[in-house]
Design a protein. Structure first.
Length: 701
């Protein structure tokens, strides 16, 4: 197996593990039980020795194994590679970014306790959680040996045990090396890793004889067992789910296991540091909300500084395409509000589609409570607005207080940690997604300009094209995106708000039944065997083009087009689109004149968001429970649900979006901005205070 081929199959295996986790977690969510995830399939990668290049690559073979938690959860799934997960009863849909935290290694390396190979003052520390029965750990042993040769005294290597669960040979081998004298540990370790292609009883017997281990020494056996169990607890605390798992200088490493990738990470190259910092930030729960807050503060600061006029002029600058006399031009602000925000609504559409098919809204019972809350959370604020605002030009703005900014609300909940039950986070997120879809429908129905039937007819043809692509089972995303651009242009020219195209496009992006993973692994195995037989040519040039195309096809089959697009577009929506939207729309010059003559407008918006949202969500939820249409989980109290309702009053980006359509007058829009910002801050403070001091048992379910 060549290094490049090795990297390819490892990436394939990593993606396979992620897909299996998603499938298993969805199944567990539907069953409502504690669950375990058993990942992988029988992977056998035969490599060849390259004598001329002095390259020794150990053959990998995977026998049927099962990694499981200690919690009994019913029948076991087919055996697979070493990866496990202990889930909670009602777990949020599993995502790899959320599942693998980026916390520092715990406990830190202790030279008096850990098995350390290398000088104590080495600048690089590589920690491995592994198992002697794991074929991937045995292959990684060769990589680690080459890294030690490469870095010499700059590196120290630490091995901690994570025996494969339900594998007696793996546990006995770990306890065997722990019964050796400290000065003989590494010899026993290397012997167990290298004596044969797969760990055998003969290996254990031979190493035990070399160590002169006496079976009747009960005290030594108990110490060894305790040491292995201590390492297992450490693995659990560090979120170790697959073997091998590496930590570099106390930080988890989730990249490829080949020598070059590990070496770059150990050296801390600029590219690796930037990528690691970005991933760490994205893994932090409140990251999207914090970035949105920073963009808002920057917009306000620039608008109220000497650079304010220039900052505003930037957003009013025309950009577009000209072809002779014809052309298509929009201001930069409109490109953000009508163009980039379509990506946000595409993501929202994909999320609601997933939730209603395999997620938390997949059954009527599970969907009833957040849907009822979302309806109440839109109806009551709109009613309050209409009651406060007199008839006239402002009465058209009833849609402003119905919205919820999911990023800010979820960020505040994430910052409160365990004070907020997971089930309440799911409830608020689901309700906010329904709210977002309703918001774009409100904009399309009530805040669109004069309709152009010709362009709307062309939009209908584009929708028909999307339906045909879906019916013909076209699984490439590009054709859908191409038709989606045409749909966006037709909807914009037709007088409807162009962001509606994002939601419509999401409905037609195809899902796909999950693949049979063992078949894909066998196919990849066959391809890589052929590539490995090419010898030195592969080492120089990498896998052939046909092999890469086949591996790409396997890779694409692991994930449906809808899930793939959601994974890629979701991050761009949270970290690019919404911050740009805040920069373009949150800026307002804060003077006494802004609110002059706009008292009823400001009061209506603030009352709708701060009071209407929690009152509407709680009352609608209580009514749904009382009528028997929904059931409130016992994991959170009515007081906590009220706190979540208050957080839903953070309208911010969505309220600003609707306000931009509802108030064409610049002064009215400026007053609405101030009202939305003030109401969002107040709602966030009230919701946080309620949840911070609430207890799950305040009010019985």
């Amino acid at each position: 197996m060549t290094p490049s081929a090795s990297v390819a199959v490892r990436r394939l295996r990593d993606r396979t593990l992620r897909v299996e986790r998603l499938q298993s977690s969805d199944s567990a969510l539907r069953s409502g039980r504690r669950f375990k995830i058993l990942n992988g399939a029988n992977v056998r990668l035969r490599s060849r020795v390259q004598p001329a290049l002095g390259t020794r690559v150990r053959a990998l073979s995977s026998q049927g194994r099962e990694e499981s938690s200690s919690v009994p959860v019913g029948p076991a799934r087919p055996s697979g590679t070493s990866c496990w997960l202990i889930g909670r009863r009602t777990q949020a849909r599993f995502r790899i970014v959320q599942a693998i935290p980026s916390r520092p290694l715990d406990p830190e390396v202790d030279d008096t306790r850990d098995h350390v190979l290398g000088p104590p003052d080495a600048e690089i520390t590589l920690v491995e959680y592994g198992s002697y029965a794991c074929p991937h750990c045995r292959a990684a042993n060769d990589v680690i040996a080459r890294l030690r040769d490469r870095f010499g005294g700059r590196m120290r290597y630490v091995f901690r045990h994570r025996p494969l669960s339900d594998n007696d040979l793996a546990r006995r081998s770990a306890e065997l090396v722990e019964r050796s004298r400290p000065d003989r540990f590494w010899k026993a370790h290397i012997d167990l890793m290298t004596r044969s292609a797969a760990l055998t009883e003969e290996d254990l017997a031979t190493v035990a004889a070399d160590l002169a281990v006496k079976g009747q020494d009960a005290a030594a056996a108990e110490r060894a067992r305790a040491r292995v169990e201590s390492d297992e607890r450490s693995a659990l605390a560090n979120g170790v789910r697959i073997t091998p798992t590496f930590f570099i200088n106390g930080r988890r490493y989730d990249g490829p296991w080949d020598e070059n990738s590990l070496g770059e990470a150990m050296l801390g190259t600029l590219g690796y540091r930037v990528r690691a910092a970005a991933l760490d930030f994205a893994r932090w729960g409140p990251s999207a909300g914090v970035l949105l807050l920073l963009a808002t503060i920057l917009a306000l600061a620039l608008s109220n500084s000497p650079f304010g006029p220039a900052f505003e002029a930037i957003w009013e600058r025309d950009l577009g395409i000209s072809l002779g006399e014809a052309g298509f031009h929009l201001s930069l602000r409109h490109w953000v509000n009508d163009g980039l925000l379509s990506i946000f609504f595409l993501v929202v559409g994909l999320e609601i589609k997933r939730e209603f098919t395999v997620g938390h809204l997949a059954t009527r019972r599970s969907a009833a409570l957040p849907v009822a809350a979302a309806i109440g959370g839109m109806a009551v604020p709109a009613i309050l607005y209409v009651l406060i605002v007199p008839a006239g030009v402002w009465s058209h703005g009833w849609g402003v207080p119905i919205a919820t900014d999911t990023a800010f609300a979820v960020a505040l909940i994430a910052m409160m940690g365990r004070r907020v039950p997971l089930e309440l986070r799911i409830f608020l997120t689901a309700a906010a997604i329904v709210d977002d879809i309703a918001a774009i429908m409100v904009v399309a129905a009530f805040y669109s300009g004069g309709l152009q039937l010709g362009y709307l007819a062309a939009a209908a043809v584009a929708v028909a094209g999307l339906a045909l692509l879906n019916r013909w089972r076209v699984y490439r995303v590009f054709p859908y995106m191409l038709v989606g651009v045409v749909l966006w242009a037709c909807i914009h020219a037709g007088g409807l708000h162009a962001t509606l195209a994002g939601v419509v496009l999401a409905l037609f992006i195809p899902t796909r039944p999950p693949p049979i993973l063992k078949a894909l692994i066998m196919q990849a195995d066959a391809i890589l065997k052929v590539e490995a037989s090419r010898g030195a040519e592969v080492l120089r040039q990498g896998p052939s083009s046909p092999a890469l195309r086949a591996l790409d096809a396997i890779h694409d089959r692991l994930e449906s087009p809808a899930d793939r697009l959601l994974r890629h577009a979701g991050a761009r929506s949270s970290y690019v689109v919404l911050p740009l939207f805040a920069l373009a729309n949150a800026g307002v010059v804060l003077t006494a004149d802004v609110l002059s003559g706009h008292g009823p407008l400001v009061l209506a918006i603030m009352a709708g968001l701060v009071l209407g949202k929690p009152i509407g969500m709680v009352s609608a939820s209580a009514l749904a429970v009382w009528l028997g249409l929904a059931e409130k989980p016992t994991a959170y109290s009515w007081r906590q649900l009220t706190g979540a309702g208050a957080l839903a009053g953070i309208g911010f980006t969505m309220s600003l979006f609707i306000a931009g359509q509802a108030y064409p007058d610049a002064d009215d829009f400026a007053a609405a901005k101030v009202a939305v910002l003030a109401a969002s801050v107040l709602a966030g403070i009230i919701g946080t205070a309620i949840l911070w001091n609430a207890r799950t048992d305040d009010v019985p379910a």
